[in-house]
Design a protein around this ligand. Structure first.
Ligand code: CUA
Length: 181
């Protein structure tokens, strides 16, 4: 190969390298612009929580888990995803009303979906995963963990018990729990 040929190849390689760097830069700038200017962030809302003591204070203490109707009427279920269970194992929610599910993990990354619904999120330690939805089907919906989280992963699942709105009766403290079966 002549020297001129080699120089031509090197020039071609540099041109393509510039194209690749430019494409990556454009994509990076678009991501940064979306995050800063348009507040488009990863699908789970960016809400941080300390995974080491989330069960000791504030929102995800044991007494605060499960379904609660807030003072403003908003229905929220708080669930801890931990190796290898959802706590509580079963939550009650009404059908055909807007509900919010909030999850956090004290250990490793978990994930979940609620069968037959659009609820599907990862639960990353250090963050609160929040899902808004309206559940249309009544009955016990299976909520398996769908992110490999250790040896007990395949045993990790919970239940979302969807009851007709008329049968959704919170107690005086606004709480609703699954009746023992
Ligand atoms: Cu939790 Cu897999």
């Amino acid at each position: 190969m002549s020297e001129a040929d080699e120089r031509a190849i090197v020039r071609s390689e540099i041109r393509w390298a510039v194209v690749a760097i430019a494409a990556v830069s454009v994509i990076m700038l678009a991501v940064i612009f979306a995050a800063i200017a348009m507040h488009i962030n990863p699908p789970s809302n960016v809400e941080r929580i300390n995974p080491q003591d989330l069960h000791l204070s504030a929102e995800f203490t044991e007494a605060n888990l499960g379904t609660k109707v807030e003072a403003n009427g908003q229905i929220t279920a708080r669930i801890v995803a931990t190796q290898f269970a959802f706590v509580p194992r079963c939550v009650v929610l009404p059908a055909d009303r807007p509900v919010t599910l909030r999850f956090s993990s004290p250990d490793v990354i978990h994930g979940l979906l609620v069968s037959g619904t659009n609820v599907n999120t990862m639960v990353v330690p250090g963050y609160v995963s929040q899902v808004h939805t309206v559940l249309r089907k009544t009955g016990d919906l299976l909520m398996p963990c769908h992110e490999y989280c250790g040896l007990g992963h395949s045993e990790m699942s919970g239940t979302i018990r969807v009851v007709p709105s008329a049968q959704f009766r919170p107690g005086p403290d606004g709480r609703v729990a699954c009746a023992a079966k």
